[in-house]
Design a protein. Sequence first.
Length: 134
Amino acid sequence: FRPGAIFSEKVLDFSVKMCYYIDTKRKEIFMEKFIPTKHLTEDRMDRVVFIATTVGFGDILEYFYVEDDHGKHYECVTSTGVIIVKGLDRKTIVTMYVAHHNQIKRLYKEREIPRGLKVVIKRNEKRGWAGFSG
């Protein structure tokens, strides 16, 4: 999905949707069925539509295993500065959001954040996209 694309209600029906994206780690294009949570489809649909139509999902740059107050899960950082939170099966999508710099820093810890990602995050913050609650 790219910014500015037109999405019909049928495309946004995540219970039957197929997600196509490029996994830049494996350098291949593949198709993945995913399972949305009720939280994603009912509580965060405005945010998902905003990301799909304005920011774009981008390419997955890296998966991070996270254990926090919400439990164990994966957080995927994309090239557009979006964090996609997935269950341990990597098929269940819990939520997604446009990240602030500190949210990215939390995932990368002591590692260097890629320069291109820093630029995207700064742009998203400047445009007021980071933290869109939908």
